[in-house]
Design a protein around this ligand. Structure first.
Ligand code: EPZ
Length: 425
């Protein structure tokens, strides 16, 4: 079985380059299918979720080719299917974007309810509410979401809950609707702005992305475009947290510091030095960090996707920290594994109370989801002795060469064994 073998306790030093944002990549790839021409997507990370999307695109008859490392060409030419098989979509959450894309393009889509990380209930009622408001009939039959509309007509849609996925999916569906669609109480995450920029480069008319009111004026057709996606703030946060916790000094390069403000603020509060310089952030760990409290919230609050790695830092900080997870009801699955490494954490509902210990001790641990896996890698790097992290398929879904990147800044981390190959990479 493949695993990462880590000999912990080394301060991390040097420079690490951050790749393109996973959650932007898995939205712009399907978005590119809306265009009649070829789209060139740049800064696309070579991760399993992207490989899965490439497989899905090809299975639907369209084309997806790596033109160069991190540059993906997508063409909808040949796209002849409005249905996707469960085998492919069960591997990732973002397959739900095909509903919005196919509905806009062909007026019809059949996509099985998606898979993804097991982090709690993940309803898609707000996506479906949006499609219905645009004029689509929506049904769920045998686990397959079926949407159909003779015409889509712009309207005003108020989201009952702030949802990244619903905001993007409705934006995709509305690009070619008649008239103007207004999404109120929209999510404001940076990759929503990125997807809107990509769509606008393709000829769409999306305004207000990044605020809680997004307006989309439908256009009759979209073209291909060249678009470079934004850096991955969660990959960056993972390296920043590891650098601070290891008492090291790491330049986290190719980032947009503004997107990382919630994470930088908390690291500063804990006592780390954070210096922002243009497109990079220098992180310096200053001895043992101090406890702090974190509550996950939609952007610009502290991102839930960085919560699990952050818990590790609190586990070795001085004092008692509290983490409140408000987005997902099952995102503490890494805690039991951290306890096996000597952490003192008590979970009560959606809150984890963490009594900092001097140090963690290495142990064999199992990643149960993507960010839990990243957290366990960070824990292994900070711990005394040897840690073996299994469940690598989860980590590889969202981190490109996590072992190589950590080795590049001085970590003793080796990949042993082979994760089942991704056909498309
Ligand atoms: C996206 O998931 C990300 N995934 C997640 O990243 C991330 O944790 C999440 O946004 C929040 O930032 C992708 O972009 C592919 P939501 P998404 O819709 O869109 C509730 C990672 O580690 N909700 O914003 O599925 C939902 O239950 C991951 O990279 C409804 O009630 O999340 C949750 O409590 C995992 N009804 C909250 O809203 C809906 O129709 C936020 O979910 C939709 C969501």
């Amino acid at each position: 079985m493949a695993k990462l073998v880590i000999q912990g306790g080394k301060p991390l030093r040097g420079r690490v380059r951050i790749g393109g944002r996973k959650n932007a990549a898995v939205a712009v790839i399907p978005a590119a299918l809306l265009g009649d021409g070829v789209s060139t997507l740049e800064n696309i990370p070579s991760i399993r979720d992207v490989a899965t999307y490439i497989e899905i695109v090809r299975a639907m008859g369209a084309r997806a080719e790596w033109a160069a490392p991190h540059i993906l060409r997508i063409s909808a030419n040949g796209l002849d299917s409005v249905a996707v098989t469960y085998d492919l979509v069960k591997r990732m959450r973002a397959s739900y974007y095909l509903l919005g894309v196919l509905l806009a393009k062909f007026g019809r889509a059949e996509v099985p309810l998606p898979g993804g990380c097991d982090i709690g209930q993940r309803p898609i009622d707000q996506h479906l509410k949006g499609f219905r408001a645009l004029g689509a009939d929506v049904a769920i039959e045998h686990g397959v979401v079926k949407v159909e509309a003779r015409r889509l007509v712009g309207t005003s849609i108020y989201l009952d809950t702030v949802s990244v996925g619903a905001t993007i999916n409705i934006m995709l569906a509305a690009t070619r609707a008649e008239g103007v669609t207004v999404i109120e109480n929209a999510a404001k995450e940076s990759h929503i702005v990125d997807v809107a920029n990509c769509l606008n480069a393709m000829g769409a008319r999306v305004a207000g992305a990044g605020t809680d009111v997004i307006k989309i004026k439908g256009v009759p057709r979209l073209e291909g475009a060249v678009h470079a996606i934004i850096p991955d703030e969660i990959e960056a946060a993972t390296f920043m947290i590891a650098a601070a916790g290891s008492h090291g000094e790491v330049l986290v390069d190719n980032v947009i510091p503004k997107h990382l403000e919630p994470v930088s603020a908390k690291l500063r509060e804990m006592g780390a030095d954070i210096e922002e310089n243009g497109e990079s952030i220098l992180v310096r760990g200053n001895g043992r960090l101090q406890a702090c409290n974190v509550k996950t919230l939609p952007y610009p609050g502290f991102p839930t996707d960085a919560q699990q790695p952050m818990t590790v830092l609190m586990a070795v900080a001085q004092g008692t920290s509290m983490v409140t997870e408000t987005i997902w009801d099952g995102r503490f699955k890494h805690v039991d594994e951290l306890k096996r490494m000597g952490a003192n954490i008590r979970v009560e509902g959606r809150t984890a109370v963490i009594e900092g210990v001097e140090r963690l001790s290495g142990a064999p641990v199992q990643a149960t989801d993507l960010r839990a896996g990243a957290a366990l890698v960070v824990a292994g790097l900070l711990a005394e002795g040897r840690t073996e992290v299994s469940g690598l398929a989860h980590i590889d879904r969202g981190y490109e060469g996590i072992d190589e990147k950590f080795r590049g800044i001085g970590a003793d981390i080796q990949r042993v064994g082979v994760v089942e190959p991704c056909a498309a990479i």
